[in-house]
Design a protein around this ligand. Structure first.
Ligand SMILES: [Zn+2]
Length: 280
């Protein structure tokens, strides 16, 4: 099972791209845990992207649904905090570590994403089940007297990242617009390191104090601002090297030394060439 372990370790470290998603299809489900974020909002962590669980008196709204094999555990974890059925899932973006569970949920749950997210699955033949309802700018789900708002602020990790807002709890779920230490840009999926900071600037206009990132620990508005500024720093650094005529190899060495990117890692193979082309 050594090979399987390796794939799962990579899967935890990197969360991008169609070709990448092909590697991580159907990994064995990891051990998931559920914990309270605030009031009736919980998160499920442990495999793939962070799932938000919002409990209302008329049903449950999820943000993202991890990989397909995590379905059973997600259902079990939700049942451990409420007897209400799962009614809606809002996908932050199309990657299979955030929307892989759609395949299992779609017979009984309304699944909503940005309009671009299913296009990345259908037109670019990336794995996953598209949502059955989409929006282009903003939409809201009202259930049991509570609102969850999904908003598209622009390109970043992909061209279809939704920021999910829980107004009553002053909390957002960023999807992979905040994930890991440095941004991973899915250029095949329409991502952009140039637009990324503008997209986060839009999200920062919302009234919130708590942030559930796509991967990693819950943080606050200042934490998201730090992440946004780090995206800008990385972009400025890479742009300086590109405009100084450095090769991809040379820029890659800087990324390894200064940002801890592993040699031949997926960020190196997928994000870097796109960044260098975009920052010329
Ligand atoms: Zn992603």
């Amino acid at each position: 099972m050594k090979g399987t372990t390796l794939v799962r370790v990579c899967g935890a470290a990197v969360f991008l791209i169609g070709s990448w998603a092909a590697y991580t299809q159907d990994p064995p489900a990891g051990q998931l845990t559920i914990s309270k974020v605030k009031d009736d909002l919980y998160q499920i962590v442990g495999d793939g992207g962070n799932v938000a669980v919002y409990v209302t008196g008329e049903g449950v709204i999820l943000v993202d649904d991890k990989f397909e094999p995590d379905y059973e555990q997600i259902v079990t974890k939700v049942k451990s905090v409420t007897s209400q059925p799962i009614k809606y899932i809002l996908n932050t973006h199309h990657h299979s570590d955030h929307s892989g569970g759609n395949v299992k949920f779609e017979p009984t749950v309304e699944i909503i994403s940005t309009a671009n997210a299913p296009k990345n699955i259908v037109e670019k033949k990336q794995p996953g089940a598209p949502a059955n309802m989409t929006f282009t700018d903003e939409t809201s789900v009202y259930l049991g007297g509570k609102e969850v708002r999904a908003k598209y602020f622009g390109r970043g990790h992909t061209n279809g990242d939704a920021v999910i807002y829980f107004p009553a709890l002053k909390t957002i779920h960023t999807g992979d617009l905040m994930a890991g230490n440095t941004p991973q840009i899915d250029y095949l999926g329409g991502g952009s390191v140039v637009e990324w900071t503008k997209t986060l600037d839009g999200a920062m206009m919302l009234d919130f104090d708590t942030v559930i990132p796509g991967h990693g620990a819950v943080t606050n508005k200042a934490g998201l601002m730090t992440y946004r500024n780090n995206v800008e720093k990385l972009r400025t650094r890479v742009q300086g090297l590109v405009r100084a005529g450095k090769s991809q190899d040379e820029v890659g060495k800087v990324m390894m030394a200064e940002y801890g990117w592993a040699a031949n890692s997926l960020p190196m193979q997928w994000s870097l060439p796109g960044m260098m082309a975009e920052l010329k």
